[in-house]
Design a protein around this ligand. Structure first.
Ligand code: XBP
Ligand code: MG
Length: 236
């Protein structure tokens, strides 16, 4: 079995439960502030999550509800700027938390000197403060949707992490929550462990090496445990 050297984590829905009570709330606040009648309830937002990236999600919504492509793009860009500011505040207020079991996994990886990196399609302006607040300075490389123009399911963010770190794809695993994320990881030549959540329970995650219910799922804990390097004392 190949031993692990690095793990690359997705953020939204994977490291943190950020969609329903974080991004969705920020989008709705931006609609309200702009005097728009739009409002995304929990199931509607679940459907819209199939489009990666907040500004693209907004543009798809405005087109779907009758705007021309040009108007939809312009309105989406404006609203997304404000949504990003609101999301920063949501993060600062401590309203986005780590998923149960994530910190324990990160501690275990750290204890075995496994590198941890991030590949997300979210915007750097809220990703950085979120990672700092919830996890501290653990992640060595962070690639966001601000640096890569092709969002998941494109493998671009993962390829960029591999390029920046020089990690070998065969000794690296991605951790994702969604169909778009699993496709992105596989497209970069990585194995992927999927930790689904309430929004992605019915996604097609079948390309993943393991599909778990979350980070406390014994199957996920065992999967990582079995691939950790032996403690230094047992090497000799
Ligand atoms: C997550 C996203 C993100 C967030 C919103 O996808 O699509 O766009 O929903 O963040 P993944 P922004 O978990 O696959 O990276 O509004 O900053 O885009
Ligand atoms: Mg995700």
């Amino acid at each position: 079995m190949v031993r692990l050297e690095a793990v690359i984590f997705d953020v939204d829905g994977t490291l943190v439960d950020s969609e329903r009570d974080g991004h969705r709330v920020a989008f709705n606040a931006a609609f309200e502030e702009a005097g728009l009648p739009d409002h995304w309830d929990v199931p509607t937002y679940g459907r819209l999550l199939r489009t990666s990236g907040g500004d693209r999600r907004l543009a798809a919504w405005f087109e779907e509800t009758g705007a021309s492509p040009e108007d939809a793009r312009e309105l989406a860009a404006r609203l997304h700027r404000r949504k990003t500011e609101i999301m920063r505040q949501v993060v600062e207020d401590g309203r986005v938390q780590a998923r149960p079991g994530v910190v324990q996994l990160l501690d275990k990886l750290d204890a075995h000197d496994i590198q941890v990196h991030v590949a997300t399609t979210g915007t750097r302006a809220w990703v950085e403060p979120l990672l700092a607040r919830v996890f501290g300075p653990r992640f060595q490389t962070v690639v966001t949707g601000t640096e890569v123009t092709d969002l998941k399911p494109s493998p671009a963010a993962y390829l960029r992490v591999l390029e920046l770190t020089g990690c070998s794809p065969t000794a690296t695993v991605a951790v994702e929550d969604s169909a778009n994320g699993v496709r992105a990881a596989l497209g970069a030549g990585l194995r992927c462990v999927a930790a689904s959540n309430a929004y992605t329970r019915d996604d097609d995650l079948s390309g993943a090496a393991l599909v778990a219910d979350g980070f406390t799922d014994p199957a996920l804990v065992a999967w990582f445990h079995n691939r950790l390097p032996l403690p230094t004392s047992q090497h000799s």
